[in-house]
Design a protein around this ligand. Sequence first.
Ligand code: AMP
Length: 281
Amino acid sequence: MKVINNILEITSYLNSFVSTGKKIGFVPTMGALHFGHLTLINTSKDQNDITVASIFVNPTQFNDKQDFEKYPRNTTEDLKKLSEIGCDIVFMPDEKEMYPETDSTKFNLGKLEEVMEGKFRPGHFQGVAIIVNKLFKIVKPNNAYFGQKDFQQLAVIKKLVSTTNSTVNIVSCPIIRESNGLAMSSRNTRLKEEEFDQASLIFSTINQLSNYIANNKFSDFKTWVISQINENKLFRTEYIEIVDTETLEIVTDLKNHKSITCCIAVYCGQVRLIDNIQINL
Ligand code: AMP
């Protein structure tokens, strides 16, 4: 496995593969890797000749400075995991490399910036779009792999690809969960043991939603979810929303929707956890 820190080097290294017709798969990450990330790498390995992972904790996507500072970083372990799984190239730039100067690019992300993660984390998706756009230009992958854990981020990336006329094919990968149902996340390492155990409540609640909406007034679902979760004093629901899976429009009644997705953000102390579940109607 080759670890590369600068743009010139990775560009020329990748050129040698591109010129021989090799297909490149790319998995952008912020490190502190868990099995969810490794599943993305494995999927890329199955579908491409060369797999590139990047590790970069991107400052422009953090609307909360403390969250950026406390974001878990564990490069030694990450490189060990990536090497063991057979990742070919790891791109690990520093901040100066990715941001030689302040980047004030603004992408048209439409309504995606106004709801859920967009609403509660102002500027977050512009930061995501800026870094992914830069990484796509550097790595020039055929396929790029993103997790459904970050459901709205996937929509942002698809919008980015469309507005920039990019030819990168976006591959959406299923959510990988802990054995108690909690969606795997780098932030889970910041949970105390009791918090980690009880955080299974988030998935178990949204997992009962299809049953709830089949038997109750649809408009009551928010109150129900919030009461289920906030009943446990460890947790505070930031938002709960049901959106159309394709358009991400907020669903107010179930007519005219084939598939809906319930998205939730919950604070456990300072740690912000997100999850979602798709319900096909
Ligand atoms: P991150 O390092 O958190 O920026 O995540 C890098 C990529 O891994 C993103 O595309 C995430 O959606 C994906 N990812 C993170 N956690 C999971 C998970 N539990 N299951 C599937 N994909 C995930």
